[in-house]
Design a protein around this ligand. Sequence first.
Ligand code: ADP
Ligand code: ZN
Ligand code: ZN
Length: 714
Amino acid sequence: MTNRIAVLLHTPAHSQIAGALTYLSQDALAAGTLVRVPLGQRELLGVVWDAAPVDDASGSMDPSKLRPVTAALHDLPALNAHWRALIAFAANYYQRSPGEVALAALPPQLRDLSSVQVARRLKKTALARAAKDQHSSTEEANTPPQMTTELVALSQEQTGAIDQFHAHPGPFLLFGATGSGKTEVYLRCCADLLGGSDHAQVLVMVPEINLTPQLEERFKARFAEQYGPLAVVSLHSGMTPAQRLASWLGAHCGAARIVLGTRMAVFASIPNLKLIVVDEEHDPSYKSHEGARYSARDLAIYRGRLEGIKVLLGSATPSLETWYHSRPPQEGGRYLRLHMPSRIGEHAQLPLVRRVDMNHQPKGCVVSPPLLAAMMQRIAAGEQCMVFLNRRGYAPVLTCDACDWKSNCPHCSAYRVFHKIDRTLRCHHCGLTEPVPRACPDCGNPDITTLGRGTERLEEQLALLLSGVTRPDGSAVRIARIDADTTRLKGALQTQLAQVHAGEVDVLVGTQMIAKGHDFRRITLVAAINPDGALFSSDFRSPERLFGLLMQAAGRAGREASATCRSEMWVQTFLPTHPLYEALKNHDYPAFAQSQLNERQLAGMPPFCFQALVRAEARTQEAAQAFLNLASAASAHLPECAALQAHITLYPAVPMSIQRVANVERAQMLVESASRTALQRFLSAWQPVLHDQRHQPECKGLLRWAVDVDPLLI
Ligand code: ADP
Ligand code: ZN
Ligand code: ZN
């Protein structure tokens, strides 16, 4: 047992073991090899790491106490240096331990399988691959490989984008209107790079794979024939552990040439990676909100640079960060912007945006008369409408007029939402669900009423309002609702979407869930019922999100435009002349982005500064805030932190916007800097200080804390 090796393990986030541990091994194990090692009473999966084992000459480690590696998974190729560098970077940047990030990036089932079992799984992958190779080579002898799928002729804009993609190193922002054919560009770029070398692999990321089975289908349809059915694999959290392991092994061993996945896929081991595509790059789902709070989009850019490969981000409404990075190179832009402003096809017009000034509509009306009339017309013509609202449930609050009681959640600083279908009050934060009280719990008044509106009530109301309308064949209007409540069961969303696609629905009601990504061809009218709220939010990213959402929603309309008239996007608003709605009317993302960037520059907001949030949860608000404020004060006494003080702004601790969830008090502290490097250095130096504060008497009741670098929600 002469070899000392460093092994990364998944140790608890706040344990003192941050780096690799030293073990003994008979063989010299290469970095990246997966091993099983003992830790206390347990046996854990670990990754042999590059770090030189600690020299024990100092006496800090008693050699006789070192334990041997239990087993090495020799059949599995080692994780390569690029992968290890990506993990090390992500851990460092997002202020987590490398062991946590590395082990979280591996399929969970690997932890439970013996090396023999892993070898068996590998053999399966290899056998299937060999069978495929044999199959294609015998075929090749007779007929040259052929693509039966007819390729469409590219539009001029698509050709232009692809030419630029080939001529430049990237990274790229494909800024293309909804329906401009971005997916076709992804497919062509992937095809070109896959064809470039025998083992080339590509990674295509989507925000929520459950919402985009269409994309998976398109990639399978395009590539399965040429590269075999095993060449396209998916990686997302909706898969069984066995499926995830199979996909991961396929990617790791090179059998999978196209890896499609959600944010977690950015960490997949893909040894011959040649291209990363990030579709809908603006989507907040790329940011993780637990464990290491990484941005898969940002890591994709980093990984691209690390591996010297191209990265293609795509969106009709890019994040302002990405938009800013893709400004002209002479102004300092680092991404190349590829522009595809036109929609594909004959009826390629973008929908007409109509603003309804709610100040001039009957008081208290939900669906304004002009919108209702327009919907009736569409239905009578056999077309589909989509109506969305940002809140599910029936009504956000139940209230008593007599004593002003409201349906607060006893455990959270939030209201419980009334769900009429099962007459419950449900907290959307902690999940507490109780039957609706028969009378006001405070004063006994039996007359409790609803305040505000959710999707459930909107559906009910629309059914009433549209009850007299008939479809072209004389039958009644069919209304369907899609939101988190109706899609709880596995497969429910797919079923409901299929019904919409099949034309079995005339009016689709839902939350913003329906506005994202789906290609609804027959919808010719889209309506946002009450979007104004986002304009008053304290979160500076709120207008950006609203604009993106409305543009995406508008993009759902009229891909196969109406036979009768142009498709429409309706917005009901009390602020019809707001610049955001002006820009929306003109489908002018660049104008909107410019005005937002100007505002942010004046206010010194991202992307003109860099932020991190430290969030703390405790039994009391005082303890949560004390922890943050003490850590802040203590940083001044730490030389490394003090040296950076001129570049760092530490704000006082404040309660989070929803201060209490499930009886846990939450507070946060913003850390800001004009320099990313200074912020990084500060956070790294500050970590031990944060760890130490838990032991202060003022912090009694502190439950957990975490650093969120580049937070999306402030
Ligand atoms: P985006 O991703 O930009 O919203 P898609 O790639 O989904 O747009 O394209 C919209 C529709 O246009 C799809 O049905 C696609 O098959 C079709 N399409 C894309 N490119 C072309 C083309 N060059 N010629 C004809 N149809 C195309
Ligand atoms: Zn009351
Ligand atoms: Zn609650």
